[in-house]
Design a binder for this molecule. Sequence first.
Ligand SMILES: [Zn+2]
Length: 372
Amino acid sequence: MNPYDFVRIDWNRPPERRRPVWHHRLVGPQGQRLYMGHLDVDISAETPLFIGDPRSNSPDPRKPAQSIKNKQEEYIIPGSSLKGLLRNIVETLGNGCLTLFDGGYERGRVNYRREVAKDFQHCSQNTDLCIACRMFGMLKEGTHGIFLGKVNIGDACAYSDKVYRYDPIYTLTLMEPKPHHASFYLDAEKQHIAGRKYYFHHSPDQEPLSEKKLILMGGRPANRYIQPLDRDTQFHTRIDFTNLEADEFAALLLAVTLEKDMRHKIGYGKPMGLGSIFIDPTYLKLVDYTARYTQPGSGITEKTGGDLWPFIDAQLDTFYANNLVQIAMEDLRRIWRWPPDPNVDYYYPSKRDWFDTEDSIGKRIADTRNVP
Ligand SMILES: [Zn+2]
């Protein structure tokens, strides 16, 4: 089975844009409640995980590249990586614009920008933003203003007694399918792009796909030697948010928690089976500044343990009823299902020369499931 698939976009429903509610406000323009506070989460690696440390990029190919650490020498998942992950999920499930994707695939070799309707392209006015740009900011060059966003995520640091290192491995060379296969990237009618690309999880019982050695192409290494962190490495971080409207707050909770039978995927080597993580919320603090003004000492809500999930579920129910892009959730549920289907192996069919055969013409991703 191809290692990724696309999550569909509902082309009948362009992103809903509005002016972001920003600072110096205690309530929204219609007096609605705004959410401010922070959410603590634990993050555990369910498969080996690798996010490289730019400082450890040794020119010696016999020394494996190391996972990123902070100044205190703790292994981390950078806050920026987590923010990118959550943003992408909000765009996907909450009907955001196409920020990360603007039609370019395979490092610029092909461009399907024409197939992205204007309404769905990246927001360009800071007074008229989709849900993802309102939450995470809009920093596009050559547009009207910027917006810094209302969600901040710190680096997730590993608990010192929960660090496990995987043995060094040589990565695969093929990180993108080689021959360009249009029927993967466009929908069945060839009118629209197929959607947003997500990688399947691999079984945690299997080892990641790897090569036996460094592969040279034209005298230069075509793969990398890396040392991932192993399963069960555990991190913690804090997500701060301010002035979120109810739908934005619920979208954040959904992006963090997904559903019980789903997991997130982050970092390097997703097609090889790296980067499956479980994000577990442990503590939520909400500060209601209107209540604090009228009644000093009040206005703090804390949820933890058995109180936390019913509160989250109530926000999610409203979001599912009013905001969720149903077809996107159907697809993401299938691609990010956990545990993954034990009967499916993931690899690029191009590795087995499948793209070069007549059988592949017009075939879509689901058709690769039984390619030998
Ligand atoms: Zn946007």
